[in-house]
Design a protein around this ligand. Structure first.
Ligand code: GLN
Length: 484
């Protein structure tokens, strides 16, 4: 096995045993990036020099007797998470050239643990999209088939993991942006419970839905990364002050006696038949491991998409108001008046999808329409949360696909926003309810990975990772590698 192919857990063991150094590992991953990045295009920015310097520092810390599961591990960070001294663009012209003066809380926790930051991964502009095609810089390619999308918006992170251009990564998930690309790229992606991971330094898209989480080669790696970034932070007022569980400790405890729920409303027309077949087979695997499969009902599922696209756009329109070319962001210096300056800067700085969402959100919030759209959506959001409460009284976790299909072609849906929004149908309800979920690979259709999602209760990350790990270890999908 080559060094760039290692998981976090394997690399950590070799580092502890002094069989490799972090400089060796980091140099190997940087060589891999040089070899395949022109085809995959997972990164917006690679910071090779600072990565090698942090690797050398990690080796010094280890020589001095320190240890941490992430000490010396090279990681990729989605470009909506701010990094001191490494440009952060959110995939937007609006922030091109922006050098953050501080680290986000998650990145400062990673640095404290001694992780090596390789660079920033591609994303749909301000995390709005499902393919990375909305990035203002370039589209990322799916390592399993370069003519297809990697999913999004954390498509750069998922593609970097799948192509071994990093050992692990961070993404963000507002409506599925960790789980959907993990599914499309055949890797593992965890969306933590809302409030579990600090949003300090995550550029806001929809503040009541956004969460940062790991995208990794395997479930245990997600646990290691999650444990490092999770936990209370006074700088995020929605951060929850609860102890972070030892997820890795109980990860191999198995699923005997657990009840896994299958929401009947999720299995509808429009799902690719191979996706359905793969999920049914996965349920049999859990059954053989001692879990009980039960059918549950989530009657408000059909409203999730409308509610999400009302609330997410409303919050986005408010959050993105700060990018006016004066306080923040790209600035048009030719305008003759203040208002012309705002208009010119925002017209030029934002791409089409971001503008579409600002307009939709502004409309939903405007006087006269507020009650009909925003307020009503908030009420239905409560009903959706109640669906989860009732379903999770009958079972320990829910099993669903991550997406109705495998990865589609680049350019296939980009001109049909509604069709694109539909690809998030299985992931966004979880953000509306504020709960946690993990995507893992569960098969292939015509050479493309199929994703499976395990949804769990608030703060049940350890439990869903246990369910995921049991399946992962009983199957071999996580060991498959694309040929590049
Ligand atoms: N694809 C969804 C959207 O476009 C979700 C994005 C996300 O989770 N950041 O809004």
């Amino acid at each position: 096995m080559e060094l760039h192919e290692l998981t976090i857990r394997q690399a950590h063991e070799l580092l502890v045993g002094r069989e490799i150094s972090s400089v060796d590992l980091t140099a190997a991953v940087l060589a891999r990036i040089r070899a395949v990045e022109d085809r995959v295009k997972a990164y917006i920015h690679v910071s090779a020099d600072s990565a090698l310097a942090s690797a050398a520092e990690a080796d010094r810390r280890r020589a001095a007797g320190e240890d941490h599961p992430l000490l010396g591990i090279p990681l990729a960070i989605k470009d909506v998470i701010v990094t001191q001294g490494i440009p952060t663009t959110c995939g937007s012209k609006m922030l091109q050239g922006f050098m953050p003066p501080y680290d986000s809380m998650v990145v400062s926790r990673l640095r404290r643990a001694g992780a090596v930051i390789l660079g920033k991964t591609n994303t749909d502009e301000f995390a709005m999209g499902s393919t990375t095609e909305n990035s203002r810089f370039h589209t990322t390619h799916n390592p399993w088939d370069l003519s297809r999308v990697p999913g999004g918006s954390s498509g750069g992170s998922a593609a970097a993991v799948a192509s071994d251009e990093c050992i692990g990564s961070l993404g963000s998930d507002t409506g599925g942006s960790i789980r959907q690309p993990a599914g499309f790229c055949g890797v593992a992606g965890l969306k933590p419970t809302y409030g579990r991971v600090s949003r300090n330094g995550l550029v806001a898209f929809a503040s009541s839905l956004d969460q940062i989480g790991p995208i990794c080669k395997q479930v245990a790696d997600c646990a290691m990364l999650f444990e490092t970034i999770a936990g209370y932070d006074s700088k995020d007022s929605t951060s929850v002050d609860l102890p972070v569980p030892d997820c890795l400790g109980g990860i191999a405890d198995g699923v005997r006696g657990l009840r896994l729920g299958v929401p009947k409303e999720y299995f509808v027309d429009g799902m690719q038949p191979e996706v359905n077949q793969a999920i049914q087979k996965a349920l049999k695997v859990w059954e053989s491991l001692g879990a009980e499969i039960v059918e549950v009902s989530m009657p408000h599922t059909e409203y999730c998409l409308s509610v999400y696209y009302l609330l997410a756009t409303a919050e986005a329109s408010a959050n993105l108001a700060r990018f006016d070319g004066i306080r923040y962001g790209y600035s048009d210096h030719h305008a003759e008046s203040l208002w012309d300056g705002y208009t010119a800067s925002r017209t030029e700085g934002f791409g089409a999808e971001v503008k579409r969402r600002i307009m939709l959100g502004t409309y939903a919030l405007s006087a006269g329409y507020y009650d009909a759209y925003y307020l009503k959506a908030q009420k239905v959001r409560t009903l959706i949360k109640q669906d989860y409460d009732r379903a999770l009284e009958q079972c320990d976790a829910l099993i669903t696909p991550t997406s109705p299909t495998t990865a589609y072609g680049i350019g296939e849906k980009v001109n049909d926003p509604l069709e694109m929004y539909l690809s998030d149908i299985y992931t966004l309800s979880l953000n509306l309810a504020g709960l946690c979920g993990i995507a893992i690979p569960c098969g292939f259709a015509a050479g493309l990975p199929i994703g499976l999602q395990i949804q769990g209760n608030a703060f049940a990350e350890a439990e869903i990772m246990r369910v995921a790990y049991a399946y992962e270890q009983a199957t071999e999908w996580h060991l498959a590698h694309p040929t590049l």
